[in-house]
Design a protein around this ligand. Structure first.
Ligand code: FAD
Length: 357
């Protein structure tokens, strides 16, 4: 259950005088290491980097929670958890945890929280993380801030989780003042990926799943890969080319795809392009779509509204092509081309094809 949104840290003064006595037992920052089909989702390491900063500010330990089957991939995930900054790893291995299912995962995580009492619990805002965070927060009856874009510790040593509100026009900072742990999910690519230190290691704490396969209602009969989302790996692409309403029609999106293909990158679009049905939702970039952090982002015919900007401002180099010299995108693009995208995109594709081909 989420707490009422409050204003920025200063506006919170006086809401709570002292930490209730029962909170004293809650210590340390935890990050769920999300493993699906043997692969750790990179958002886990992005959160580990952020969790490290929070733990250092609180003067406590950072722990990773690794849940999965007894397998080589789980062992690798445990080693990596230390490399990305954890001091401790809580591990629950069980065959019943091979594929993600809400019931056993909720059981494991809530049992661990009740037993070891973390102060903060972070999960990726992925389909798995969103599903699990909601049921864990509900079971524990604590506060959860979904899709946080910033995490900070305030003067009272409480977690302030900031996220957009009112359609992205305002930012609010949400506190969990009366419950523990303080929970938040963060979308992939919102936090920077830390550099791993392969010399680091740490403590392991093993626990068990207190549930038998027969007690679990959901059974995984077959795994059918979703090829569309596999195709779109925008969040982690090094080069992204995107098109907006300035492209005029669906057919012109081919110009964006051609340039992306020539550069070995991926392609995306603004929200109205998805709303028009010109591109599938997984191609959308921005506040309600993907957050990207490529080395190069080329935006063609995109005005640069705040809801788009928040999803791209982590890019190293932003190149904007727009016919309007006063377009908002030129306020944050590193390079601006005031020209018709329908002419510039094919010209760039030809030039790069000649150079790279
Ligand atoms: P427009 O605003 O119509 O801009 C088109 C641009 O193309 C203009 O700047 C124009 O000068 C330029 N142009 C026209 N012709 C050409 C040409 N031939 N060559 C070059 N340039 C040309 N938007 C997102 O993108 N992502 C989101 O996740 C998102 N989430 C939202 C969430 C909420 C709650 C709300 C309220 C809005 C959200 N939006 C989002 C919408 C956002 O506010 C803007 O409406 C949207 O980003 C505008 O898309 P656009 O730039 O493609 O279109």
């Amino acid at each position: 259950m989420a707490e009422t949104p409050q204003a920025q840290p200063a506006g919170r003064a006086g809401l709570r005088k002292e930490l209730p006595e029962r909170f004293r037992d809650y210590k340390h920052v935890w990050v769920l290491v999300e493993i699906e089909r043997g692969k750790v989702h990179p958002v886990s390491w992005e959160l580990m980097g952020e969790g490290r900063k929070l733990a250092d500010k609180l003067g406590c330990q950072l722990a990773g929670v690794v849940i999965g089957p007894k397998a080589e991939t789980t062992k690798t995930a445990i080693r990596q958890t230390y490399h990305y900054g954890a001091d401790v790893c809580y591990i629950v291995e069980d065959e019943a945890l091979t594929d993600y299912r809400n019931e056993p995962y909720t059981q494991v995580l809530t049992d661990l929280v009740n037993k070891y009492k973390p102060e903060i619990l972070l999960l990726g805002a992925t389909p798995l993380g969103r599903d699990l965070a909601g049921s864990v927060a509900t079971t524990l009856q604590t506060g959860l801030t979904a899709d946080a874009t910033e995490l900070a510790i305030d003067d009272d040593m409480c977690l302030g989780a900031t996220r957009p509100t009112f359609g992205g026009t305002l930012l609010c900072t949400i506190y969990t003042l009366n419950h523990r742990p303080q929970m938040a999910t963060v979308r992939p690519r919102v936090m920077a990926m830390p550099e791993p230190d392969t010399k680091r290691s740490g403590r392991m704490i093993w626990d068990n799943l207190r549930m038998k396969e027969d007690d679990i209602i959901t059974k995984v009969l077959e795994f059918v890969s979703d090829n569309t989302s596999k195709e779109a790996n925008l969040a982690y692409a090094d080069i992204v080319v995107a098109g907006g309403m300035g492209l005029k029609n669906e057919a012109n999106l081919a110009l964006v795809r051609n340039l992306a293909r020539t550069l070995g990158g991926d392609w995306g679009c603004s929200r109205p392009v998805v709303q028009k049905g010109w591109a599938p939702a997984e191609r959308q970039i921005g506040q309600t779509g993907n957050t990207i952090r490529p080395r190069l982002y080329i935006a063609a015919g995109i005005s640069g509204a705040i809801q788009h900007r928040v999803g791209v401002e982590g890019a190293d180099l932003i190149v904007a092509i727009n016919t309007d010299p006063n377009a908002k995108i030129f306020e944050f693009a590193h390079l601006g081309v005031v020209a018709d995208a329908l002419t510039v995109l094919p010209a760039l594709t030809d030039a790069f094809a000649r150079r790279l081909g």
